[in-house]
Design a protein around this ligand. Structure first.
Ligand code: NAD
Length: 249
């Protein structure tokens, strides 16, 4: 088991790639705290993981709320003694029809960038007290290149996550805290995707992927697992692209 006994928090793990990562972590022996705003869905994932012999629990967290971050991290450390792994995965989509909407820009920055910053802040605070840990931030190919069909606030927020990751790695490497980013490509549409869920657009995008298929939750979960685990003990401040070769061209 590659995460045996590791205490982990995964945000946005009630659905999508966060859910796949939570299930993967549990199979690898981690204690998984699923933190999301979708309480019913989160509780269901927890029940299924525990029924299969894993160790999971659900805590309500809106990643934009600093007080909720404080209490999530404090309660995790209180119950389990430490925090080994934090995956900042929660996010909202920029695939919306009005790509110049100012309120949308603010929401994208608030949830995706500021939410990740708050996770880094409180995750590191806990890890400093217990000798280190691993933080994996979910960015995107949208954090590395511009795109035609995405609100540029999504690109700005995901690029922000890319560089938040590098600065956190530089600032806390001496404390035994590794911080890396994962950059998924074209995956299943997010719950909040509007335009990217259009089958015609998806078919066009898939033609540009060297491996000729969309990625799935396990593709991302496996990359996150590697960076979270001790197998990546000399890897920090880097990015792992999971995109079927999309950015190679
Ligand atoms: P999803 O919509 O299926 O899941 C996102 C999860 O985040 C949901 O469970 C949602 O409830 C949660 N969430 C949203 N806002 C939140 C908040 N304020 N507080 C707490 N939880 C919140 O999307 P997904 O495809 O699984 O995306 C996971 C991550 O991967 C996101 O950061 C996304 O930007 C990134 N990503 C997705 C794709 C893709 O094509 N699906 C590609 C690259 C990167």
């Amino acid at each position: 088991m590659r995460l045996k006994g590791k205490i982990s928090i995964i945000t946005g793990a009630a659905h999508g790639m966060g859910e796949s990562t939570a299930r993967r972590f549990a199979r690898e022996g981690a204690v998984v705290v699923i933190a999301d705003v979708l309480d019913a869905e989160g509780a269901k994932v927890v029940a299924e993981i525990n029924a299969q012999g894993g160790k999971a629990e659900y805590v309500h967290l809106d990643v934009t709320q600093e007080t909720e971050w404080k209490s999530l991290v404090a309660s995790t450390v209180q119950r389990h003694g430490r925090l080994d792994v934090l995956v900042n995965n929660a996010g909202i989509s920029g695939a919306v029809p009005d790509r110049m909407d100012v309120a949308m820009f603010d929401r994208l920055m608030n949830v995706n960038a500021r939410g990740t910053f708050l996770g880094i802040k409180y995750g590191i605070e806990a890890m400093l007290g217990t000798g280190g840990g691993s933080i994996v931030n979910i960015s995107s190919i949208s954090g590395l290149v511009g795109q035609e069909f995405v609100h540029m606030g999504y690109n700005a927020a995901k690029a922000g996550i890319h560089l938040l990751t590098k600065s956190a790695a530089l600032q806390f490497g001496k404390d035994g805290i590794r911080v890396n980013s994962v950059h998924p490509g074209i995956m299943a549409p997010m719950r909040t995707s509007v335009t990217a869920a259009d089958p015609a657009l998806r078919a066009k995008l898939l033609e540009t992927i060297p491996l000729r298929r969309a990625g799935n939750g396990d593709d991302t979960a496996n990359a996150v697992l590697f960076l979270a685990s001790d197998e990546a003990s000399y890897i920090t401040g880097t990015e792992l692209v999971v995109d079927g070769g999309f950015l190679a061209g």
